[in-house]
Design a protein around this ligand. Structure first.
Ligand code: ASP
Length: 591
C-alpha cells in the first residue's frame, strides 16, 4: 500500500509520527519562502509544509499545480498557535513534508474546486469525475453509501435474502413507457428493461423465499420532472405470510433505524391516514403534515347561491368546493394574490376566489372580497365558523371538478406553507392507506391506481359488481410531502387476478400472452404475499436536503435523459443495426 493514512483522518494523536499520504493538490500557497500544499483525498484535506532546507523536494513542491496527483511522506506536528483551522478535520495539525513524488500531472481543471461557485450544471456533468472530487459532492455519495449499508444491515438482520432479478426482461406495467432493447438472436423481438422487479419478486415468493430484498435499478421512459431520472434505484422488498400491518411495521422500523443511525433523528410512530381523508384535508395522497393548513369542504352552503362558479360544482356529484384558511393572510397584497391565482392556474383552476377577514365583529362590512355579495350572510357565517376564520386571515376558495380543486388547493397549501414560513416541525412521516383500486381515465376506462397485481379488500364478485367503489390493500409511506415508498398485499389467486385484468379491459388472449407465466404461478401454490419499494434516490435527497435528484446520483442523466459525459445515447454503426435487423427511418432534415 502506498499510503499510511487518509488526509482527513490526521489529528493531534498522530503528532511526531511519520505518515505517507496520497491524493490531489487542492491548493498551493507560497508564503515567504515556505510552500503549503493542501492535499485532498476522499476523507478530507491535510496541510503539508515544505521548507527550503530540503532543496530538491522544495523545488518540486514549487512546480506542482492544482489537481496533480502526489504522494507525500512527512511528519505530523501541531500547528503553531493561531494557525489552527477549526473548519478542517485535520485543522489542528500539519505535516512537515520530507519527500514528494508526483504520481501524475493534471491540466488546469475546467472549473476550480476550492472556490466553487457558479459553474453550470452541464459543465459539472460533463466533467463529473472532477465535480465528484469536491468535498461536498463526495460527502453526498458517502452518505448515500451509509444509507444503503444501514438498510442492508437491517434487512439482513430481519431474515431478508438479497436476490437479483433480470435487467433484460418483459414489460412490467407500472404505468410508464418501457426502455426497449432489440434482440439479435430473435429478429424483430425486443426486451424491455424493468420498470420494477415487481413480477419477479412475486415469483420468488411463489418459489418459497419468504423474504426478499434488492437494491434494484429500475427504468422508466417518462418525461422528466425535476425529481425524476430515467434510471433510478429502488429498495425493493417482498414478503410472504405477512399482513399489511406487519409489512408497514417492519419497514417503518427500517426507516426509523436509518434516521437514528445516519442523522441522529428520532422519528415518532407514523400515523395512518386513509386516502379519502388525505384528499379531503390536504388535497393530496402524499400530504406534507409539517404544514398546518387544511382544506375544508363548504359545498353544502353554496348549492343555492346566485353565483354559477360556486353553485355549479357545489351541486355536481363530481364537483368540489373547498376553502383554505390562511392565518395572517389578510395582509397579502393584490399582486401576491394575483400570483397565487396564476399559480393555481397551472393545476387547471380557473380562478382563485378569496375573502379577507378584516373584522368579523362588523359582519359583512368587516370582510373584503369580490364574492361576499353573492353569498347569503347565514351561509357566509357557517363557512367562516367552519374554517375557524379570525381577524387578519384570508380564506381562499376552489370550486371545480373535485380533482382540479384538490390538486390546485393542495398545491397552493404547500406553496403558502413555504412562502409564509408555516411549517411546524422538521420531519412528518405517515402511512397513507385504503387507496381506491382503480382510477377513471378521461375516456371512462379504468386504470389500476397502484398496479394490477394489488389485492382488493373484497371478493372477485364484489369487485366486478362495483370496481369504482373498491379499495385496495395498498399503502404508501410519505415523508414531508414526498412519497418515499409504496406497496401492497398482492393478489395470490388466479380468479382474482383474472377479474382485475378483465376490469382493466385486458382480453383473455392478452392476459395469456403477457402474463401467462404469472397466471401459471398463481395456480401452482402461490402463498399470500406482499411488499413494497422505496425510492432510494428520493430518500437520500430528503435526508441530505438536496434540491435536485442529480445531486445524489454519481452519474445522472440530464433533463432530456442524456449523459453529456459519455454522450449517451449515441449512434451505432450500420453493421450493428444490420445484425439487429433494424433499419432506421430517415430523420427529417433540419434546415
Ligand atoms: N413495484 C411497485 C413500484 O415500483 C412497488 C411495490 O408494489 O412493491 O411502485
Amino acid at each position: 500500500m502506498m499510503r499510511t493514512h487518509y488526509c482527513g483522518q490526521l489529528n493531534e494523536t498522530l503528532a511526531d509520527q511519520e505518515v505517507t499520504l496520497c491524493g490531489w493538490v487542492h491548493r498551493r500557497r507560497d508564503h515567504g519562502g515556505v510552500i503549503f500544499l493542501d492535499i485532498r483525498d476522499r476523507e478530507g484535506l491535510a496541510q503539508v509544509v515544505f521548507d527550503p532546507d530540503r532543496e530538491e523536494t522544495f523545488a518540486l513542491a514549487d512546480r506542482v499545480r492544482s489537481e496533480y496527483v502526489v504522494k507525500v511522506r512527512g511528519k505530523v506536528r501541531p500547528r503553531p498557535a493561531g494557525a489552527v483551522n477549526p473548519n478542517m478535520a485535520s485543522g489542528a495539525i500539519e505535516v512537515l513534508g520530507y519527500e514528494l513524488e508526483v504520481l501524475n500531472q493534471a491540466e488546469t481543471p475546467p472549473f476550480p474546486l476550492d472556490e466553487y461557485s457558479d459553474v453550470g450544471e452541464e459543465t459539472r456533468l460533463r466533467f463529473r469525475f472532477i465535480d465528484l472530487r469536491r468535498p461536498e459532492m463526495a460527502a453526498k455519495l458517502k452518505l448515500r453509501s451509509r444509507i444503503t449499508s444501514s438498510i442492508r444491515r437491517y434487512l439482513d438482520d430481519n431474515g431478508f435474502l438479497d436476490v437479483e432479478t433480470p435487467i433484460l426482461t418483459r414489460a412490467t406495467p407500472e404505468g410508464a413507457r418501457d426502455y426497449l432493447v432489440p434482440s439479435r438472436t430473435h429478429p424483430g423481438s425486443f426486451f424491455a428493461l424493468p420498470q420494477s422487479p415487481q413480477l419477479f419478486k412475486q415469483l420468488l415468493m411463489v418459489a418459497g423465499f419468504d423474504r426478499y430484498y434488492q437494491i434494484a435499478k429500475c427504468f422508466r421512459d417518462e418525461d422528466l420532472r425535476a425529481d425524476r431520472q430515467p434510471e433510478f434505484t429502488q429498495i425493493d422488498i417482498e414478503t410472504s405470510f405477512l399482513e399489511e400491518q406487519d409489512i408497514m411495521g417492519l419497514t417503518e422500523g427500517m426507516i426509523r433505524g436509518l434516521f437514528k443511525e445516519v442523522l441522529d433523528v428520532d422519528l415518532a410512530d407514523f400515523p395512518h391516514m386513509t386516502f379519502e381523508e388525505a384528499m379531503r384535508r390536504y388535497g393530496s395522497d402524499k400530504p406534507d403534515l409539517r404544514n398546518p393548513l387544511e382544506l375544508v369542504d363548504v359545498a353544502d352552503q353554496l348549492t343555492e347561491v346566485d353565483f354559477k362558479v360556486f353553485s355549479g360544482p357545489a351541486s355536481d356529484p363530481k364537483g368540489r368546493v373547498a376553502a383554505l384558511r390562511v392565518p395572517g393572510g389578510a395582509s397579502l397584497a393584490r399582486k401576491q394574490i394575483d400570483d397565487y391565482t396564476r399559480y393555481v392556474g397551472i393545476y387547471g383552476a380557473k380562478g382563485l376566489a378569496y375573502i379577507k377577514v378584516n373584522e368579523r365583529a362588523k359582519g359583512v362590512e368587516g370582510l373584503q372580497s369580490p364574492i361576499v355579495k353573492f353569498i347569503p350572510e347565514d351561509n357566509l357565517n357557517v363557512i367562516l365558523d367552519r374554517v375557524g376564520a379570525v381577524d387578519g386571515d384570508i380564506v381562499f376558495f376552489g370550486a371545480d371538478k373535485a380533482k382540479i380543486v384538490s390538486e390546485a388547493l393542495g398545491a397552493l397549501r404547500i406553496k403558502l406553507g413555504h412562502d409564509m414560513d408555516l411549517l411546524t416541525c422538521e420531519w412528518a412521516p405517515l402511512w397513507v392507506v385504503d387507496f381506491p383500486m382503480f382510477e377513471e381515465n378521461d375516456d371512462g376506462s379504468l386504470s389500476a391506481l397502484h398496479h394490477p397485481f394489488t389485492a382488493p379488500k373484497c371478493s372477485p364478485d364484489e369487485l366486478k359488481a362495483n370496481p369504482q367503489g373498491a379499495l385496495s390493500r395498498a399503502y404508501d409511506m410519505v415523508l414531508n410531502g414526498t412519497e418515499l415508498g409504496g406497496g401492497s398485499i398482492r393478489i395470490h389467486r388466479k380468479d382474482m387476478q383474472q377479474a382485475v385484468f378483465d376490469i382493466l379491459g385486458i382480453s383473455a388472449e392478452e392476459q395469456q400472452e403477457k402474463f401467462g407465466f404469472l397466471l401459471d404461478a398463481l395456480k401452482y401454490g402461490a402463498p399470500p404475499h406482499g411488499g413494497l419499494a422505496f425510492g432510494l434516490d428520493r430518500l437520500v435527497m430528503l435526508m441530505i436536503g438536496a434540491s435536485s435528484i442529480r445531486e445524489v446520483i454519481a452519474f445522472p442523466k440530464t433533463q432530456s435523459a442524456a449523459d453529456v459525459m459519455t454522450q449517451a445515447p449515441g449512434a451505432v454503426d450500420a453493421k450493428a443495426l444490420r445484425e439487429l435487423n433494424i433499419r432506421l427511418r430517415e430523420q427529417p432534415k433540419v434546415e
